[in-house]
Design a protein around this ligand. Structure first.
Ligand code: PLP
Length: 284
């Protein structure tokens, strides 16, 4: 996807510089590029309004803490993100990706970042086919081995992309990662919601997964409509037996799962529509 807007920021993010997204902007020794050493967020923008802005910024700060990066000035970042969103106000849907890199290995190593705007990001249409894949970690990895950075939104997404390619090899669209001790984690770029009877459940972040902003807001929509929600561990067997499943992320919303490991499942179209309407109605 070609970006439409680009702002570069220094360590403070206080004085963003707008440049053409089609011109070279990064040095080849930038640690974001050479080691994937940095963090990012992707946020959906509806008619110029960045959705879940503060939740994304809080997660950005959380990732920075986990990577021992200097704390980003969230108000300064918010101003740059809003400036990028303002450029795309004419478009019903857009996306903004913002990145903080540890610095340049050839320079003095000051952090730097950038904010990229994309108009009309593709939305994953319709129900999706999903496979479960072993993540190779126990569910307590975040506690036992915090240096593995599980639950931080780092730039090191090669593994996540490899998992999506594996899904395609298996004739599917997406993935649910599972811990070695049989608990449901998250997708490579999504959060899992399962309907188990009358309750909508999602796994807790202490399993070493990202706090999903879309899942959070979907639960607000569901609760407002009188549905029960719970954050709790979900076993793989429960996932298979669930009454309906969704994968949630900022740019796609809540995508209904039509197949799990090749087995067709029922979808809950009314709830899918309820969540989509509720998410699009967010004012911030
Ligand atoms: N989990 C991972 C690993 C992700 O990369 C993402 C988003 O890309 C999510 C969950 C969903 O987060 P959000 O709903 O805030 O986009």
């Amino acid at each position: 996807m070609t970006p439409d807007v680009l702002f570069l920021v220094d360590a403070t993010a206080a004085a963003p510089i707008e440049v053409s997204p089609h011109d070279p902007a990064l040095t080849v020794t930038q640690l974001a590029a050479t080691r994937g050493d940095g963090i990012f967020e992707t946020i959906v923008v509806v008619h110029g309004v960045p959705q879940a802005m503060r939740a994304h910024l809080d997660r950005f700060a959380r990732s920075a803490r986990m990577l021992d990066l200097p704390a980003p000035d969230l108000d300064a970042w918010e101003a740059v993100i809003q400036a990028a969103a303002d450029r795309m106000r004419a478009h019903p849907r857009a996306a903004i990706k913002y990145v903080l890199s540890r610095g340049d290995e050839a320079g003095e190593n000051a952090t730097m970042g950038w904010v990229l705007g994309f108009v009309s990001p593709p939305r994953q249409a319709g129900p999706i086919r999903v496979v479960t894949l072993d993540r190779g970690y126990r569910s307590d990895v975040a506690q036992t081995s915090p240096w593995l950075l599980q639950g931080a939104k780092t730039l090191s997404y090669a593994l996540n992309m490899a998992a999506l390619r594996e899904a395609r090899r298996r004739g599917a669209d997406d993935v649910v990662f599972v811990s070695t001790d049989g608990l449901v984690l998250e997708g490579p770029n999504s959060t899992v919601i399962a309907r188990v009877g009358d309750t909508f459940v999602t796994p807790p972040v202490d399993l070493g997964i990202l706090p999903g902003t879309t899942q959070h807001d979907a639960f607000v929509v569901l609760a407002a409509a009188g549905h029960a929600t719970a954050v709790r561990t979900v076993t793989v067997d429960e996932l298979r037996d669930a009454d309906a499943l969704w994968l949630c992320s900022s740019t796609r919303g809540a995508a209904a799962v039509s197949h799990l490991d090749g087995v067709e499942r029922s979808t809950d179209d009314d709830i899918t529509a309820l969540i989509a309407t509720g998410l699009d109605a967010r004012k911030a």
